[in-house]
Design a binder for this molecule. Structure first.
Ligand code: HEM
Length: 440
């Protein structure tokens, strides 16, 4: 197929790549303004060569409804293989992806989520107990500690506090990875030196911890009574589903690393933005506090959803075409990556005429149309942890608002987004002043 890609920024590829890595929001917004609803970015490694960016609801629907054999999501994320492994549910496609998803899904279904809530609440209480009141806290850091602890205990079922203490800083090192490390994967000889050597040592230490946990758990006699994801995965091939092939230790490791990493900083960023917005809008905070007291989870969930709309956590999803295809009326060749821009979809004026206003009620009054709110992506690749993160975020907001009033520290009224590798986070960590509520 000979194709003229839709026009886009004409900057040299390395410059576009640098801007995409460092100032994604600014690049996408400027390109949409200049080139309209559909445009092309021309990038270099680690990104795809030609990325066609879409944000119109009908285009989003078309991409998410496409055949997963034609639109590979796993292939679009190859860089993460070095961290998450070949078998990761995020990085595989077609049959292998379908198997991983089928095995993981039950642990994230509604009935399982209800079972996790009590433990999530207990962990949240113990963390908030340790937050200093009357002083300014960096909510991004505090939320990162909390969500990582939740994922280690609830999803992973890791009860050994010392092992959690060993694992947490090592996982954080990966989240904060210096992009220079990516070069080491292209040039393996670098592995002998400085940052690349340290990165490999960190990976090896994480693997040791995970393989030890897997081995100990395999030996436990009470596996079938445990609800965590690791125990459920270890039970595959026995009990209720004897016809499935059990997961190998490598498969287990890859899925665990994926869940640990995909499942904490994302929720932490959404929660820290929610705290920032609640502090900036005392009227909305008062409604949210009443909802927390009354046990009205729906309003708290709406606060979280609006925080994710207003401050996109992950800017886009990507699908690599495995054959020539027509999408949005455009003929695109095999190998093109089609990107659904979450960031642009959430700020379109035809979807959100008051896009700059923080208004949780829009999620309760039916004014959010299909395919306009997509923080968790969509189709067969929709985020596996979407329900988990909403349950978790709601429980955290409930506990926090019941106990504290949030306000912005003097001289810190605004916050902006920063691209941290994959996620967008508040650049200054969304600092908040915590004042105990009178009843506490
Ligand atoms: C606010 C929190 C979160 C956000 C914004 C978020 C966002 C996303 C997005 C945009 C995708 C890609 C979807 C696509 O390509 O269509 C994704 C995939 C995924 N997420 Fe999340 N996520 C969050 C929390 C979580 C949590 C808590 C977990 C696990 C406990 C999780 C596990 C995953 C997994 C395993 C995938 C891969 C799904 C697949 O490829 O089939 N995420 N997430």
């Amino acid at each position: 197929m000979t194709t003229a890609y839709p026009p886009g920024p004409r900057l040299p590829r390395p410059i576009q790549t640098l801007m995409y890595a460092k100032w994604r929001g600014a690049l996408l917004t400027a390109a949409a303004k200049r080139y309209g609803d559909v445009f092309t970015l021309h990038l270099v490694e680690p990104y795809a060569d030609n990325v066609v960016v879409f944000s119109r609801p009908e285009h989003i629907r078309e991409i998410f409804a496409g055949d997963p054999a034609d639109l590979h999501a796993g292939e679009g994320n190859r860089l993460l293989v070095y961290i998450m492994g070949e078998h990761s549910v995020l990085l595989t496609d077609e049959a292998e992806h379908a198997r991983a998803r089928r095995l993981l899904m039950p642990a994230f279904a509604g009935s399982s989520l209800r079972g996790y809530r009590t433990l999530v609440e207990a962990i949240t209480k113990s963390h908030i107990d340790r937050w200093a009141t009357g002083s300014t806290v960096n909510t991004l850091d505090r939320m990162n500690d909390l969500t990582l602890d939740i994922i280690m205990q609830v999803v992973f079922g890791m009860t050994d506090e010392r092992r959690r203490g060993d694992l947490a800083p090592r996982l954080r090192r990966i989240v904060n990875i210096n992009p220079i490390i990516f070069l080491g994967w292209k040039y393996p000889r670098l592995a002998k030196y400085g940052p690349w050597k340290r990165f490999d040592a960190n990976q090896a230490a994480i693997n040791d911890l995970l393989y030890n946990e897997i081995a100990e758990r395999r030996a436990r006699p009470d596996l079938d009574q445990r609800a965590d994801v690791l125990s459920r995965l270890l039970a595959v091939g026995s009990g209720e589903n004897p016809s499935d092939t059990p997961l190998s230790d490598e498969e287990l490791r890859d899925q665990l690393v994926t869940l640990l990493l995909a499942g904490h900083e994302t929720t932490a960023s959404a929660l820290s933005w929610a705290c920032h917005e609640l502090a900036a809008h005392p009227d909305i905070q008062a409604t949210a506090r009443k909802a927390a007291h009354d046990g009205d989870d729906k309003y708290l969930e709406a606060v979280l959803k609006e925080a994710m709309r207003r401050h996109t956590v992950i800017a886009a999803t990507g699908r690599k075409l495995t054959r020539d295809m027509t999408i949005g009326g455009l003929d695109l060749p095999r190998g093109t990556v089609v990107s659904t821009s979450i960031l642009l979809a959430h700020s379109r004026l035809d979807s959100y005429p008051d896009e700059a206003t923080f208004r949780p009620d829009r999620f309760l009054d039916g004014s959010v149309s299909p395919n306009t709110w997509l923080p968790f992506g969509g189709g067969v690749r929709r985020c596996l942890g979407a329900g988990f993160s909403l349950m978790e975020g709601t429980a955290v907001l409930k506990e926090l608002l019941t106990r504290h009033t949030l306000s912005l520290p003097t001289g810190n009224p605004t916050e902006r987004a920063r691209t941290r590798n994959i996620t967008h986070v508040p650049a200054h960590g969304a600092p908040i002043l915590l004042t105990p509520n009178p009843s506490h």
